[in-house]
Design a protein around this ligand. Structure first.
Ligand code: CA
Ligand code: CA
Length: 754
């Protein structure tokens, strides 16, 4: 018994011992794992801080001083890393002496993605600029001055100035004023310098004429031009709108002839494809010392190395932060199709102070009107799976993010773009070098959930999202407003397959004409400019094989486009969805267009259905369609006091299907009877207008079952344009679509919300 008891006790004891040993072992193992996990996490995270040192280990308590030092550490670590690598950058401003370049050797992988991020909750600025040490002293007339000896020594140069983070005004005439964007703060010339006028200087290339030649200068109006004479006119830069207001252009000034009131242009005029100017071309001139006369203006005397400035109200220059943009680009991802840069994310930074680029090289990537500088504050070429996330591009000098040529599966998401010099996000490929196995274009990239507003400080032919020579680009859930031209623009149909959805765009096309918050072109090989401009002798004309270029269908759906910024003037043109010259192979549906309509110009394979158009400034336009093409316009609701459609030159039916649309005027009697205007223009450019009733239009074979009836919106005052169950639109096949899901999602970073 005792024995048994002892044995039992021994067994129990040994069992207890085993359990204790087992538990201890587990704790040890757990601790060991914990220790390993912690060690691994530590090793996979580097820190950069303004108080750091590049001889440090890069740990949280011993951060590096620069991003490039962290990049070098990542290069080493990734050889052995088993998981994600992160570089956290602590609060402060990092002035880069040169762009941070990521090459293929900096790539992550799907298993080892690499992220460079602002430390959560901290404001981290990556700056392409330089902090100026200014010892201000009075000059005269409220102008302050300071010496910049390093600038005088040629160490650096700048053409923008920021005080306390805000871009200031380079001394100009007339003074800056923005009560009417693109109009106030400008004066008008009397015209351009005549072709036969002899230049007061020799130009060694004046004999090299070409079809796109640009004007040589303007004749100023002595009644409105500045009375001051300028000591250094050759330093000045003119910013002037093109005659049709498709773009603006900049030139340096070569000479001013006060006898004949002529301003002769120097270098420039490349910022738009069509560069003509005339008496309607408003302009201002900047970088003139004698015009330094208003708060916020500044002038840099490079010869003397002296900066002059009149501080804006409320600015104490003694304590002000003075910064000048130096670099044009701050981050460059540079790889190739064969050896791409991949799996790198930039996250959470404020990115600021890049130099303007409008006097740099531009090119025309497609046959559209746009000319673009292939550069950006964050520039990507030869990349895969790279992401720019949750960053704020604060008043950068040119384009903010530019994906040039081969780039695939990249994303720009959760970012804010304000006061950019040119466009916000660009995807631009190259047709001429896409051949055989060379895929020299952006593919399957995304611009989503971005806040883009008040862009185009210098360029006016710009967009929030610009796509040209690319394929399967998605622009979704962006909120875009206060733009001089497009919110989203597709420069051509090559190669299609894009998805434009759930964006909200308002107050676009504020400073230009003949465009829309969404605009597209498709002037590829099939496009016939003669037919496009409706010279009657050009009919009949077949569309040609548009899918040779627009290979895949581009989808434009569930967007909300509203608020006409500009007073509509007859002759200018504004549509919510401007499917301009040659645009082909589009499916456009479930869009809510308030104050603007839809335009489909010559092109083929456009299906426009189930859209809602409210009070458009210009009627829904069907322009210069090809014979026997495949366009479909059906089941749309058009609510208007003007014409239902503007249709050009119907010599024979050129829509495949046009039916089951619902038309209604909220204020009867209709201001026009009949309600469909057909425009014909002869070979001399003379237009004639013929108005048809709906019944007459139906006799031509269109809109046979379409109706004029109240669509019965549920609550338009609260932006709910769904129709009630008894709406006649539903009987015509219209389907309600969800309201209010446009623009930014809840994932948009709280710190960048306005
Ligand atoms: Ca001035
Ligand atoms: Ca257009």
């Amino acid at each position: 018994m005792l024995m048994r008891s002892k044995m039992k006790t021994e067994r129990e004891f040994s069992g207890l011992l085993v359990r204790i040993l087992f538990c201890s072992l587990m704790i040890l193992i757990a601790r060991r794992f914990e220790g390993k996990a912690k060690t691994a996490a530590d090793h996979a995270t580097f820190y950069v801080a303004t108080y750091g040192n590049n001889h440090n280990t890069g740990g949280q308590q011993a951060p590096f001083a620069t991003l490039s030092r962290a990049r070098a550490a990542v290069r080493e670590l990734k050889k052995t890393a088993a998981g994600a690598i992160k570089v956290y950058v602590r609060a402060g401003t990092y002035y880069l002496a040169e762009p941070l370049v990521f090459g293929p050797e900096d790539s992550g992988t799907e298993r080892v993605p690499i992220t460079y991020a602002a430390y959560p909750g901290e404001l981290v600025t990556i700056s392409g600029g330089r902090k100026l040490d200014c010892q201000w002293r009075p000059y005269k007339d409220g102008i302050m001055m300071c010496n910049l000896p390093a600038l005088k020594a040629g160490e650096y140069d700048f053409s923008q100035l920021f005080i306390n983070g805000k871009r200031q005004i380079r001394a100009r005439f007339p003074n800056y004023e923005n009560s009417i964007p693109g109009i106030s703060g400008y004066i008008y010339p009397k015209g351009s310098i005549p072709d036969e006028a002899k230049a007061p200087f020799s130009d060694p290339n004046s004999d090299m004429t070409f079809s796109g030649i640009s004007p040589r200068g303007i004749i100023f109006d002595a009644g409105t031009f500045t009375p001051r004479r300028w000591a250094k006119p050759e330093e000045a830069v003119i910013h002037i709108f093109q005659e049709f207001h498709w773009c603006n252009l900049q030139w340096t000034i070569r000479a001013i002839d006060y006898t004949n009131n002529r301003i002769w242009f120097g270098r420039g005029g490349h910022q738009g494809k069509v560069g003509s100017v005339d008496r309607s071309s408003q302009f201002y001139v900047e970088n003139v010392f004698e015009e330094l006369d208003a708060p916020g203006e500044w002038y840099l005397d490079k010869d003397k190395g002296v900066l002059y400035h009149i501080p804006a109200e409320g600015i104490d220059l003694k304590t002000a932060l003075v910064e000048a943009p130096i670099l044009q680009q701050v981050v460059r991802f540079i790889g190739t199709q064969d050896t791409p840069v991949s799996h790198i994310t930039l996250e959470g930074f404020r990115i600021a102070h890049t130099a303007s680029t409008f006097l740099e090289r531009y090119s025309v990537p497609s046959r559209g009107d746009w000319s673009i500088h292939r550069g950006g504050t964050v520039f990507l070429e030869g990349t895969r799976d790279c992401t720019v996330k949750d960053c704020w591009f604060d008043a950068v000098g040119g384009n903010a993010v530019f994906m040039n040529n081969y780039n695939r599966d990249n994303a720009v998401t959760g970012c804010k773009f304000t006061q950019t010099g040119d466009s916000a996000i660009c995807f631009v490929g190259a047709l001429e070098s896409t051949i055989g196995t060379f895929r020299n274009f952006p593919f399957q990239c995304r611009a989503s959930n971005n806040l883009i507003h008040d862009c185009g400080a210098f360029g006016k032919q710009i967009a929030g999202v610009y796509i040209s020579r690319a394929k399967r680009i998605t622009a979704a859930h962006n909120l875009i407003y206060n733009m001089p031209r497009a919110g989203i623009c597709i420069g051509d149909g090559t190669w299609g397959g894009h998805i434009i959805e759930a964006n909200e765009i308002h107050h676009a096309v504020q400073e230009t004409s003949d465009h829309g918050p969404f605009n597209s072109w498709g002037r590829e090989g099939f496009w016939c400019p003669t037919q496009a401009h409706n010279k009657e002798f050009a009919f009949p004309h077949q569309a040609g094989n548009v899918k040779e270029y627009a290979e895949e269908t581009t989808i434009v759906r569930n967007n909300y486009l509203h608020s006409v910024a500009k007073t509509y003037e007859w002759g200018s043109y504004l549509q919510a969805l401007d499917l301009d010259d040659g645009t082909s192979n589009f499916h456009v549906y479930n869009n809510l267009c308030v104050g603007m309509g839809i335009s489909i110009r010559e092109g083929d394979f456009r299906t426009v259905e189930n859209n809602i158009i409210i009070d458009p400034v210009v009627p829904f336009a069907i322009h210069y369609g090809f014979d026997n093409n495949n366009d479909i316009v059906r089941r749309n609701i058009i609510y208007t006091t003007g014409d239902i459609f503007h249709v050009s030159a119907v010599t024979q039916p050129y829509l495949k299907e046009m039916n089951n649309n619902l038309f209604y005027s909220p204020r009867p009697p209709w201001s026009y009877k009949p309600a469909i205007t057909i425009v014909s223009r002869n070979k001399n450019g003379i237009s004639t207008y013929k108005k048809l009733t709906l019944a007459e239009w139906q006799e031509l074979g269109y809109d046979k079952d379409s109706l004029i009836a109240d669509p019965m919106f549920i609550d338009p005052a609260r932006n709910d344009y769904r129709v009630k169950p008894e709406s006649p639109a539903l009987k015509l096949g219209f389907k309600n679509f969800e309201m209010g899901k446009w623009g930014l999602t809840d994932e948009f970073p709280a710190q960048w919300r306005n």
